[in-house]
Ligand binder design. Structure first.
Ligand code: ADP
Length: 532
């Protein structure tokens, strides 16, 4: 067989020739809509490559982006890696100290940033040294000393420029974990890892993407490549709808209707308010094209899945992944034969994190070694595969996250059923140890969120003299409703073991979220657990 390197250049060539006119649509920051085809995108990606080379960027150099999901960001997704550079996407919601740390550690030479995100730079001030800052604007207003992205592209003649032949093992992109569990750690994605992930995630038993789809990634392009969807869409030729900074439920619903979106993807904290909005204005939006919302990043509550399906006929597909897994690892779907299960059992199957997608292998390790796939024994999930990180960038101190026989230790505590369906019981540091038994904070949160007057709930451990730890529930009540701790406890009696029911409830306006929209339990611990 030919030794044919698996690089993003192959995906870009396909998008440019086979899917030339398939559309990339962007909701721009000024509210207007921008449209062009993959051939235009590829042409501008080449112009970007030439422009960056003129600015001194050479093979292996890191180019950082701090951008929402839009066409210019897509051009960097191909223009930087296909010319041999490394695209470093940065999460603007990170703390200033973390931003300084990752920009410094990655040695980014050039930064491409949205004008609406320039305040992020003000926060870090003079603490990093960048050679060039390129600003994506909708009005051409660029601060002194910075370059205008569109003007730079328009002024660059890339006639005759061809992207170089690359090795598939070469780095294409990098992303840092959002630091839910400590200082952000960098993961370097090779061309090969992204290409194989692109193939794997398009499969029908994974996300299932076809050319005729119109896909709107709500998941940000600044975190784990928007779950790889920009690459998958370019390979398949699906229409890509990029929401820019318009991430409120109403804007998303309008975009779903206007662009006949078929698949969207986001974290639960995006879909929970979107469901509320849909309930509020039932029938207002024509969502007849929409067949699946992919949810991941944290566990999906049953109430979300059930209501979206029963009331609005929108299927929710639960998936699991991490920055270190590019990110798709597992997807929960009914398997042949399971259609005959009763409703509760079907939801139970679909609310697990699911089966590993082809080429991802899983196992779990308990105190006594690898645990059996019996659906009961808990252990820390370990994964391996062609798109799983083999090390962190410049972090030899984190080598203990990788086993001596080549698996990555995820930090997630799981059970695995016979047949390989995985369920996350908790992140290892979030499990609550009460009287020698474990309480899954995720299961308890979902049980609390199944109360109709609760929109969000996060459970943390607090120290307890008798039981070692007990759960404390932090609850957000649905607007216009009220509920007492006693009422929630009564509701829980039918949902969880009696000893799981928290004695302590705190009612808050909002639960603090991490930069990727997850409940920030470190902040909750500081507020409610420390000093108890
Ligand atoms: P961080 O939050 O540290 O940046 P990631 O954004 O990479 O890390 O998130 C990975 C983690 O998110 C997983 O280890 C897991 O704990 C959690 N996670 C992802 N998807 C799911 C899911 N479907 N259900 C529960 N937890 C999930």
């Amino acid at each position: 067989m030919m030794d044919f390197p698996l690089t993003l250049n192959v995906i870009l060539r396909r998008a440019e020739t086979i899917h030339a006119c398939r559309e990339v649509v962007t909701h721009r920051s000024d509210g207007s809509w921008h449209r062009y085809g993959y051939a235009d995108m590829a042409r501008r990606a080449r112009q970007l490559a030439v422009a960056l080379a003129k600015l001194g960027v050479s093979s292996g150099d890191r180019v950082a982006t701090i951008c929402w999901n839009h066409y210019a960001h897509l051009e960097t997704y191909f223009g930087v890696p296909c010319s041999g550079g490394v695209l470093h996407t940065i999460n603007p919601r990170l703390h200033a100290d973390d931003l300084v740390h990752i920009l410094t550690e990655a040695e980014d030479r050039v930064l491409i940033i949205d004008d609406t995100l320039l305040p992020v730079l003000e926060r870090i001030g003079e603490r990093v040294s960048l050679e060039h800052i390129i600003v994506v604007t909708s009005d051409g207003n660029v601060p002194a000393g910075m370059l205008d992205y569109d003007a730079l592209i328009d002024a660059t003649d890339a006639t005759g420029y061809e992207f170089p032949e690359l090795e598939e093992s070469q780095a294409a992109a990098m992303c840092y974990t959002s630091g839910t569990t400590g200082r952000p750690k960098g993961v370097l994605y090779s061309h090969r890892a992204i290409v194989v992930h692109t193939l794997g995630s398009a499969l029908a038993s994974a996300i299932g993407i076809q050319e005729a789809d119109a896909i709107l990634p709500v998941v940000p392009m600044f975190h784990v490549n928007a779950w790889g969807l920009p690459f998958t869409c370019a390979m398949m030729g699906s229409k890509l709808v990029l929401p820019g900074r318009h991430l409120d439920s109403e804007s998303l619903l309008q975009a779903f209707e206007q662009e006949r979106v078929t698949i969207s993807a986001g974290v639960p904290t995006i879909w929970i308010p979107l469901l509320d909005k849909l309930n509020e204005c039932e029938g207002k939006y024509d969502l007849s094209a929409l067949h699946s919302l992919i949810v991941g990043g944290s566990a999906a509550p049953r109430s979300l899945m059930e209501e979206l399906e029963k009331r609005h006929n929108i299927r929710l597909v639960h998936a699991w992944g991490m920055t270190e897994t590019t990110p798709l690892g597992t997807v929960a779907m009914l398997r042949p034969g399971q259609e005959t299960l009763d409703e509760d059992q079907q939801y139970a199957v679909r609310l697990r994190q699911g089966h590993p997608v082809p080429f991802v292998e899983i196992r779990a390790r308990g105190e006594a070694g690898i645990v059996p796939w019996d659906g009961k024994t808990m252990g820390e999930l370990e994964v391996r595969g062609p798109w799983i990180a083999g090390a962190y960038y410049k972090r030899p101190d984190a080598a203990d996250r990788f086993t001596s026989d080549g698996w990555f230790r995820t930090g997630d505590i799981v059970t695995i059923e016979p047949g390989g369906s995985m369920k996350i019981e908790d992140r290892s540091k979030d499990l609550i140890k009460s009287g020698g038994e474990w309480i899954s904070s995720i299961d308890l949160e979902n049980a609390i969120m199944s109360h109709p007057a609760v929109t969000e709930a996060a459970v943390i451990a607090i120290p307890d003299a008798k039981w070692t730890e007990r759960p404390l529930a932090v609850v957000v009540v649905r607007e216009g409703q009220s509920v007492s701790a006693e009422a929630i406890s009564r509701h829980l009696e039918t949902k969880v073991a009696k000893w799981w029911i928290p004695e302590l409830f705190e009612f808050v306006e909002e639960i603090p979220k991490t930069a990727t929209g997850k409940f920030q339990k470190t902040a909750l611990r500081k507020q409610f657990a420390e000093g108890r």
